[in-house]
Design a protein around this ligand. Structure first.
Ligand code: SF4
Length: 402
């Protein structure tokens, strides 16, 4: 095997890259709004920012490590296995720094063929699968691993389940990089995306059902050789760190109740294990802030984050559950005009998919009263992107008033 090197920390260049990161991703406007109690009133619009939004600690660290890596290896070919985080601005800056992005298909399969001996490979904040790490080591790469410690914590849990012969029930999206990486560490796993899927599985556990239908339904979301009649006898719960906390809790309780009904309280420890959720603190803070924000009287909510950002999508769900019109956009480019906005909507053709759609009439028009807009952003969205969106909305309104 060729020799690879593994870097889990930066290269001591944090102070050098810091000014560059501030220039690229921070914003004076956001600082001003924060100093004003997260509020801004201008041009007949009242903007209320969530108490907690945008870059989390893990993303900050991953982006900073990527910048340090470029400086530390100025001559080497550098790759990122997919994206460092789910944000188009950050990814475009890295491309400008001549960092190559590994292609990924819609099932999460990566094409690592272009990577050769001695190349530098940055593993993103959501981590990489066991197979991928082994392949990179075999290729003799310099591996810069920015996996967030919150993600490693989930991996530790599923490894523990595997040692005790428990199937990991992972609340997550089967094709999300983090969940793919987590599942690769489990011996047997089943990925459930939401409460409805969990109910279906729990019904199967209690009443049995059509085994073939089960396998068809969870074809992409189970470990190889998974048999629902064998592998749902001992289950432990884990989750993607960025899922909706409330839903993860309900799923944990549902499986616990199911195993209690089936096996009784005396032997429950042999059939069910869940030492609490593994939602990360940044996700929780952003969801809590959103729950608070939607208590305000808002006309609409703008949620900013990459279109493949899971935690951003869940923030939008909180506003929708409250009946507030909410738009998940990835930046100012999505605000086409005061009439049209490009945002993510559920696909009719595939329940697992959301697609960008132009929606008309998103901004209330022809009213003399103030329009109240709530704004938040997922953990991979820089302040600069949030500021651009706010400036764009204010400019549209100013134009309409002129
Ligand atoms: S969202 Fe959570 S798990 Fe993901 S990088 Fe940020 S802190 Fe880490």
């Amino acid at each position: 095997m060729k020799s690879s090197h593994y870097h889990r920390k930066g290269f001591g260049l944090k102070d050098e890259v810091e000014p560059e990161l501030i220039r690229a991703y921070e914003s004076d406007l956001i600082t001003e709004i924060k100093e004003n109690g997260n509020c801004l009133e201008r041009n007949g619009i009242f903007i209320k920012l969530a108490d907690s939004f945008g870059f989390c600690w893990g993303v900050d660290r991953a982006v900073s490590m990527a910048y340090e890596t470029r400086r530390h290896f100025p001559e080497k070919k550098i790759w990122i296995t997919n994206e460092i985080i789910h944000n188009p601005l950050v990814n475009s800056h890295l491309k400008e720094m001549d960092v190559q992005f590994v292609e990924v298909d819609e099932n999460g399969n990566k094409n690592l063929e272009g990577i050769t001996d001695g190349d530098v490979v940055i593993v993103p904040a959501f981590g990489a699968s066991v197979e991928e790490m082994e392949l990179l080591q075999e290729k003799g790469c310099e591996i810069v691993d920015t996996t967030c410690p919150w993600v490693s914590r989930v991996w530790n849990r599923v490894v523990k389940y595997a040692r005790s012969d428990f199937t990991a029930i992972i609340h997550g999206k089967y094709n999300h990089e983090e969940t793919i990486a987590t599942a690769s560490r489990a011996q047997t796993y089943l990925i459930v995306e939401n409460l409805a899927e969990s109910r279906w599985v729990c019904d199967y556990i209690l009443k049995g059902g059509d085994r073939e239908e089960f396998l068809r339904r969870f074809e992409k979301a189970t470990s190889s050789g998974f048999d629902p009649d064998i592998h749902l006898v001992r289950v432990g719960i884990a989750n993607q760190t960025t899922m909706l906390k409330g839903e993860t809790e309900l799923i944990g309780k549902l499986f616990e109740k199911t195993m209690l009904s089936k096996y009784g309280p005396k032997v429950i420890d042999e059939h069910f294990f869940s030492p609490g959720d593994t939602i990360c603190d940044a996700t929780q803070e952003r969801q809590d802030a959103m729950l608070l924000l939607v208590e305000d009287p808002l006309d609409l909510m703008i949620v900013i984050g990459g279109f493949n950002s899971s935690n951003t999508g869940h923030l939008k769900e909180i506003a929708e559950a409250k009946g507030i019109p909410a738009y998940h956009i990835d930046g100012a480019r999505c605000i086409v005009s005061g009439e049209e906005i490009l945002h993510l909507e559920n696909s009719d053709a595939d329940k697992h998919k959301q697609i960008p759609v132009v929606k008309r009439g998103w901004l209330p028009q022809g009213t003399d009263r103030k329009i109240r807009i709530g704004i938040t952003a997922g953990a991979s969205t820089p302040n600069q992107v949030v500021a651009d969106v706010i400036e764009h909305i204010l400019a549209l309104k100013a134009e309409a008033q002129a």
